[in-house]
Ligand binder design. Structure first.
Ligand SMILES: [Fe+2]
Length: 135
């Protein structure tokens, strides 16, 4: 089931919100491709996209947090690091074994968890903090 962007996900920084929307749309594309039996091809594209995306997106998000002296910065950064580490393992597995269906499912789960537990929770909390500063 596709996940739609909603206003409650906004952290109030346009560039970050756009990056989150981009990730959401890639996730939905993966789901669509899976339904069409093309999950493995799409996974290759998605991982290529994530290579540049995670570096840029996490760097941007973390610099905002440092700039604003966000008290949860360290813990937030650790979550980013663990996401990057999981991606790395996944990519290593794929480069040695080739893309298998279980990789598609693992990526699906990884992204779903990320959307629900990080973007919808940890990033939204950052947004709430930023909004208090702006108020
Ligand atoms: Fe984040």
């Amino acid at each position: 089931m596709a996940i739609e962007w909603r206003a409650s996900l906004s952290i109030g920084v346009e560039e970050i919100d756009n990056q989150h929307k981009q990730l959401l749309s890639h996730f939905n594309q993966l789901l669509k491709s899976c339904e069409a039996g093309k999950g493995r091809e799409e996974l290759q594209k998605l991982l290529g996209f994530l290579d540049d995306y995670v570096i840029k997106h996490f760097t941007d998000e973390e610099s905002i947090q440092r700039l604003r002296n966000y008290p949860e910065y360290e813990g937030h950064k650790k979550e980013h690091e663990s996401f990057v580490a999981r991606l790395k393992v996944l990519k290593e597995e794929i480069s040695s074994e080739g893309v298998a269906l279980h990789h598609v499912m693992e990526t699906n789960n990884l992204l779903l968890k990320w959307l629900l537990q990080h973007i919808s929770t940890v990033d939204v909390r950052l947004g709430t903090f930023l909004k208090t500063l702006a108020a």
